[in-house]
Design a binder for this molecule. Structure first.
Ligand SMILES: *Cc1c(COP(=O)(O)O)cnc(C)c1O
Length: 222
């Protein structure tokens, strides 16, 4: 078995055991393989192992990869980086999901661009749950308005919420933020909670993650 196949097995096993602890079905946790900075050849290798959903942070890299990988059946690209409005048109052309919607103006711009392409786009709202100064993500006191606004924009399909917590080596320190995102999604009747990365995905799954974004545990260090 290849190193990459082993890495996928290990991550899947972590998702399964965390799901079991939380009495959840592991099939309810989607794995977004974060392929940023890794070459297309690695994505092809992962695709051959059955992986279909990949996460990218940088617009230019997303565009290049979308172009180079256009032949891969069922490929889904999630944009997970900070998105500036002047890049919305490009991203709207190739992404299947934008996980980092965080403002009314960006929602309007994305809706306009997606509509012009005759497409629809799944979106998640990134929430600044920890109220970190100067960080991207929708502020808690603006979340209800952004949810209502996004729901009214028909080219966008609001699927859930996304969290990038303050970095902490100890996943237990992040657990309260995972709990909060889960509660917010429930409160607003949203299905998806995108939370958990390589070092803390097990805790995120225990707290209700339906998407985990995993880079280094699959593809190695960047
Ligand atoms: C890079 C990145 C990840 C993956 O991080 P790893 O620690 O490599 O698993 C997940 N989410 C976002 C938003 C990222 O930028």
């Amino acid at each position: 078995m290849s190193d990459l196949a082993h890495a996928f097995e290990r991550v899947r096993a972590r998702i399964s055991s965390a799901s079991a602890r939380a009495h959840r079905d592991p099939a309810d946790v989607a794995l977004v393989a974060v392929s940023k900075t890794h070459p297309c050849a690695r994505i092809r290798e992962a695709h051959a192992l059955g992986q279909r959903v990949f996460g990218e942070n940088y617009v230019q890299e997303l565009m290049q990869k979308a172009d180079e990988l256009a032949d891969l059946p069922g490929l889904r690209l999630h944009f997970i980086g900070h998105l500036q409005r002047n890049k919305a048109r490009e991203v709207a052309r190739v992404a299947h999901c934008v996980e980092t919607l965080d403002s009314l103006r960006l929602a309007d711009e994305l809706a306009k661009r997606v509509d012009a392409q005759g497409r629809t786009l799944d979106v998640l709202i990134q929430v600044n749950v920890a109220a970190e100064e100067g960080k991207s993500g929708c502020a808690l006191d603006q979340l209800s308005e952004l949810i209502a606004h996004t729901r009214a924009l028909t080219p966008l399909k609001l699927e859930g919420l996304m969290l990038i917590p303050p970095h902490d080596e100890d996943p237990e320190q992040t657990r309260p933020h995972f709990k909060r995102l889960h509660a917010l999604a429930t409160e607003h009747g949203l299905t998806h909670r995108s939370m958990g990365m390589s070092h803390d995905l097990h805790v995120a799954v225990e707290e209700g993650a339906t998407m985990v974004r995993v880079g280094s545990a699959l593809f190695g260090a960047r």
